[in-house]
Design a binder for this molecule. Sequence first.
Ligand SMILES: Cc1cc2nc3c(=O)[nH]c(=O)nc-3n(C[C@H](O)[C@H](O)[C@H](O)COP(=O)(O)O)c2cc1C
Length: 176
Amino acid sequence: MKFNELIKQRESCRSYSTKPVETEKLTALIESAILAPSACNSQPWHFVVVNDKEKASKMPSILQGSGINKFTDSVQAFIVVCETKAKLMAGATCDSQHYAQMDIGLTVAHLVLKATEIGLSTCIMGAFAEEPLKEFLSIPSEVKTRLVIAVGYAKEEKIREKKRKDFNDVCSFNQW
Ligand SMILES: Cc1cc2nc3c(=O)[nH]c(=O)nc-3n(C[C@H](O)[C@H](O)[C@H](O)COP(=O)(O)O)c2cc1C
Protein backbone atom coordinates (compact mmCIF):
# COMPACT_ATOMS: atom_id res chain seq x y z
CA MET A 1 0.00 0.00 0.00
CA LYS A 2 1.31 3.49 -0.86
CA PHE A 3 2.05 5.68 2.17
CA ASN A 4 -0.76 8.21 1.57
CA GLU A 5 -3.26 5.42 1.16
CA LEU A 6 -1.97 3.75 4.33
CA ILE A 7 -2.35 6.85 6.50
CA LYS A 8 -5.85 7.44 5.17
CA GLN A 9 -6.86 3.83 5.82
CA ARG A 10 -5.63 3.87 9.41
CA GLU A 11 -8.34 4.89 11.82
CA SER A 12 -9.33 4.18 15.38
CA CYS A 13 -11.54 1.12 15.19
CA ARG A 14 -14.18 0.76 17.89
CA SER A 15 -16.04 -2.28 16.60
CA TYR A 16 -14.21 -5.61 16.41
CA SER A 17 -15.11 -9.11 15.34
CA THR A 18 -14.14 -11.95 17.67
CA LYS A 19 -11.77 -13.47 15.09
CA PRO A 20 -8.45 -14.19 16.84
CA VAL A 21 -5.34 -12.32 15.72
CA GLU A 22 -2.52 -14.51 14.38
CA THR A 23 0.60 -14.51 16.55
CA GLU A 24 2.80 -13.95 13.45
CA LYS A 25 0.87 -10.76 12.72
CA LEU A 26 1.29 -9.51 16.28
CA THR A 27 5.01 -10.26 16.00
CA ALA A 28 5.16 -8.31 12.71
CA LEU A 29 3.64 -5.27 14.46
CA ILE A 30 6.33 -5.27 17.11
CA GLU A 31 9.05 -5.80 14.52
CA SER A 32 7.89 -2.64 12.75
CA ALA A 33 7.45 -0.72 16.00
CA ILE A 34 11.01 -1.32 17.15
CA LEU A 35 12.43 0.18 13.95
CA ALA A 36 11.11 3.60 15.01
CA PRO A 37 13.59 6.38 15.73
CA SER A 38 14.22 7.43 19.34
CA ALA A 39 16.32 10.05 21.09
CA CYS A 40 19.95 8.79 21.25
CA ASN A 41 18.56 5.53 19.87
CA SER A 42 17.69 4.74 23.49
CA GLN A 43 14.58 2.72 22.51
CA PRO A 44 12.83 3.34 25.85
CA TRP A 45 10.02 0.89 25.28
CA HIS A 46 8.74 -2.55 26.14
CA PHE A 47 5.65 -4.12 24.59
CA VAL A 48 3.45 -6.55 26.47
CA VAL A 49 1.32 -8.45 23.97
CA VAL A 50 -1.83 -9.83 25.55
CA ASN A 51 -3.32 -12.47 23.24
CA ASP A 52 -4.12 -15.30 25.61
CA LYS A 53 -7.91 -15.64 25.36
CA GLU A 54 -8.59 -15.71 29.07
CA LYS A 55 -6.11 -12.96 29.86
CA ALA A 56 -7.39 -10.70 27.06
CA SER A 57 -10.95 -11.15 28.34
CA LYS A 58 -9.92 -9.52 31.63
CA MET A 59 -8.45 -6.42 29.98
CA PRO A 60 -11.74 -4.57 29.27
CA SER A 61 -12.52 -4.02 32.95
CA ILE A 62 -9.14 -2.27 33.33
CA LEU A 63 -9.71 -0.17 30.21
CA GLN A 64 -13.29 0.85 30.86
CA GLY A 65 -12.90 2.34 34.33
CA SER A 66 -13.27 5.94 33.21
CA GLY A 67 -16.50 5.16 31.34
CA ILE A 68 -14.97 4.98 27.86
CA ASN A 69 -13.45 2.16 25.81
CA LYS A 70 -16.63 0.09 26.10
CA PHE A 71 -15.89 -1.34 22.66
CA THR A 72 -13.00 -3.41 24.07
CA ASP A 73 -15.27 -6.29 25.16
CA SER A 74 -14.82 -8.09 21.83
CA VAL A 75 -11.14 -7.26 21.31
CA GLN A 76 -8.99 -10.39 21.01
CA ALA A 77 -5.53 -8.85 21.44
CA PHE A 78 -4.00 -5.86 23.19
CA ILE A 79 -0.52 -4.41 23.11
CA VAL A 80 0.52 -2.52 26.21
CA VAL A 81 3.22 -0.01 25.39
CA CYS A 82 5.47 0.67 28.34
CA GLU A 83 8.06 3.40 28.76
CA THR A 84 11.36 2.20 30.21
CA LYS A 85 14.24 4.33 31.42
CA ALA A 86 15.96 6.06 28.51
CA LYS A 87 19.76 6.07 28.43
CA LEU A 88 20.60 9.41 26.86
CA MET A 89 24.06 10.63 25.89
CA ALA A 90 25.58 13.30 28.13
CA GLY A 91 24.89 16.67 26.51
CA ALA A 92 21.99 15.32 24.49
CA THR A 93 19.37 16.13 27.10
CA CYS A 94 17.20 19.19 27.50
CA ASP A 95 15.40 19.86 30.79
CA SER A 96 12.26 21.13 29.10
CA GLN A 97 11.76 17.98 27.07
CA HIS A 98 10.79 14.42 27.87
CA TYR A 99 12.03 12.51 24.85
CA ALA A 100 10.85 9.08 25.91
CA GLN A 101 7.19 10.03 25.57
CA MET A 102 7.87 11.30 22.06
CA ASP A 103 9.68 8.04 21.29
CA ILE A 104 6.64 6.10 22.48
CA GLY A 105 4.44 8.10 20.12
CA LEU A 106 6.72 7.32 17.21
CA THR A 107 6.90 3.59 17.90
CA VAL A 108 3.13 3.44 18.23
CA ALA A 109 2.74 5.23 14.89
CA HIS A 110 4.90 2.55 13.26
CA LEU A 111 2.86 -0.17 14.95
CA VAL A 112 -0.58 1.05 13.95
CA LEU A 113 0.44 1.77 10.36
CA LYS A 114 1.95 -1.70 10.02
CA ALA A 115 -1.32 -3.10 11.38
CA THR A 116 -3.24 -1.25 8.66
CA GLU A 117 -0.89 -2.59 6.01
CA ILE A 118 -1.52 -6.19 7.04
CA GLY A 119 -5.29 -5.88 7.36
CA LEU A 120 -5.62 -5.38 11.09
CA SER A 121 -7.47 -2.60 12.86
CA THR A 122 -6.33 -0.79 15.96
CA CYS A 123 -7.36 1.74 18.56
CA ILE A 124 -4.77 3.55 20.64
CA MET A 125 -6.01 4.04 24.20
CA GLY A 126 -4.57 6.42 26.73
CA ALA A 127 -7.37 6.12 29.27
CA PHE A 128 -7.02 3.12 31.60
CA ALA A 129 -6.38 2.26 35.22
CA GLU A 130 -2.58 2.15 35.30
CA GLU A 131 -1.95 0.45 38.64
CA PRO A 132 -4.43 -2.44 38.13
CA LEU A 133 -2.98 -2.92 34.63
CA LYS A 134 0.59 -3.08 35.96
CA GLU A 135 -0.42 -5.52 38.64
CA PHE A 136 -2.38 -7.69 36.20
CA LEU A 137 0.59 -7.99 33.80
CA SER A 138 3.38 -7.99 36.42
CA ILE A 139 4.88 -4.80 34.99
CA PRO A 140 7.75 -3.56 37.18
CA SER A 141 6.91 -0.58 39.40
CA GLU A 142 9.57 1.70 37.86
CA VAL A 143 8.08 1.23 34.38
CA LYS A 144 5.38 3.60 33.10
CA THR A 145 2.51 2.19 31.04
CA ARG A 146 1.80 4.83 28.41
CA LEU A 147 -0.66 3.37 25.93
CA VAL A 148 -2.74 0.28 25.30
CA ILE A 149 -3.51 -0.64 21.71
CA ALA A 150 -6.54 -2.72 20.81
CA VAL A 151 -5.69 -4.97 17.84
CA GLY A 152 -8.11 -7.05 15.83
CA TYR A 153 -10.30 -7.48 12.81
CA ALA A 154 -12.84 -4.73 12.22
CA LYS A 155 -16.49 -5.71 12.05
CA GLU A 156 -16.97 -3.20 9.27
CA GLU A 157 -14.68 -2.48 6.33
CA LYS A 158 -15.93 1.05 5.69
CA ILE A 159 -13.47 3.83 6.56
CA ARG A 160 -14.76 7.09 8.09
CA GLU A 161 -13.94 10.43 6.58
CA LYS A 162 -11.07 12.01 8.52
CA LYS A 163 -11.92 15.08 10.58
CA ARG A 164 -8.86 17.28 10.90
CA LYS A 165 -8.08 20.96 11.49
CA ASP A 166 -7.46 22.98 8.36
CA PHE A 167 -3.92 22.93 7.02
CA ASN A 168 -3.50 26.71 7.48
CA ASP A 169 -4.65 26.51 11.10
CA VAL A 170 -1.88 24.09 12.02
CA CYS A 171 0.96 25.08 9.70
CA SER A 172 2.69 28.27 8.72
CA PHE A 173 5.86 28.80 6.72
CA ASN A 174 8.77 30.93 7.94
CA GLN A 175 6.95 32.38 10.97
CA TRP A 176 3.97 31.44 13.23
C1 LIG B 1 -2.42 9.30 22.88
C2 LIG B 1 -3.79 8.87 22.41
C3 LIG B 1 -4.73 8.42 23.33
C4 LIG B 1 -5.98 7.99 22.91
N1 LIG B 1 -6.85 7.45 23.83
C5 LIG B 1 -8.03 6.93 23.40
C6 LIG B 1 -8.88 6.23 24.30
O1 LIG B 1 -8.59 6.06 25.49
N2 LIG B 1 -10.05 5.73 23.81
C7 LIG B 1 -10.40 5.85 22.49
O2 LIG B 1 -11.46 5.35 22.12
N3 LIG B 1 -9.60 6.50 21.61
C8 LIG B 1 -8.42 7.02 22.02
N4 LIG B 1 -7.56 7.62 21.12
C9 LIG B 1 -7.94 7.70 19.69
C10 LIG B 1 -8.27 9.12 19.23
O3 LIG B 1 -9.53 9.48 19.75
C11 LIG B 1 -8.23 9.18 17.70
O4 LIG B 1 -6.94 8.88 17.26
C12 LIG B 1 -8.64 10.53 17.13
O5 LIG B 1 -9.97 10.86 17.46
C13 LIG B 1 -8.51 10.59 15.60
O6 LIG B 1 -9.29 9.58 14.99
P1 LIG B 1 -8.66 8.45 14.08
O7 LIG B 1 -7.61 7.73 14.91
O8 LIG B 1 -9.79 7.55 13.72
O9 LIG B 1 -8.03 9.10 12.90
C14 LIG B 1 -6.31 8.05 21.53
C15 LIG B 1 -5.36 8.48 20.60
C16 LIG B 1 -4.11 8.86 21.03
C17 LIG B 1 -3.08 9.26 19.98
